[in-house]
Ligand binder design. Sequence first.
Ligand SMILES: [Zn+2]
Length: 256
Amino acid sequence: MSRDKCYMCDKDATSVEHVPPKCLFPELKDSGSNYRINLITVPSCDLHNGKKSTDDEFLMVSIAGILGNNSIGYEHYHGKIQRSLKRSSYKLLKQVFLKGEVLRVTDHNKFMDLLWGTPDHPRLMDCFRHIAYGIHRHHFGENFVGTVKPYLSFIHPTENNPQEFKKFIEHKAKIDLHGQVKHGNNQGVFYYQFTDPDQYGIYLGSLCFYQNVNIYISYLPENFSPPFNFGIELLNGGFETTIILEDKEYKFNQPK
Ligand SMILES: [Zn+2]
């Protein structure tokens, strides 16, 4: 009998890995509801099991505290996550945010602690790459061979071009994902979607947490050659470029 291979590499699996990590899903004792129904697991080797690192906790602190999340994310953040932050004397926060600080704001006479700062982007990208491979293994029953590129749409860029690009990506993803099935048994916490492959074999995956935090994943198969895109070439070359999508215009490299 052949053993299952790890979702990330060629090694034999020694355990299972939850994708996304289990700690993002509130426990029954904390929330009064069971959000841990049929969580997604994939076979994993020791190296690629997130439980063996602190990445799961890192991810939980990074995304559960984001403004605009639904009440599940909000409660989770104010319960379990605040407890673990206090336990670690906010050291965890320092690890998550490069300039991490807690802002205290008032909302109708209630105090709320909010995370504020620059997230550790490379580490977040790494976490979402693992989830992207895991979700692929779960959904298609085989490992993805190629490169995955996550786009973190919950990060708010301050410069003009990245801001415009973010609006463009969100609009494009909305069009591409329209009508695609949302998969997941606890959709208030997490669901994912896939588009059909385009003519180059590239397809888009979308991960949604707490009905607010969206991550778009480009799945680029091995050996694919990127299509020449005149608009993108102009944009990257620093030329003033307008890309039109439906009835919207996205303007890049605008003169100052
Ligand atoms: Zn592995």
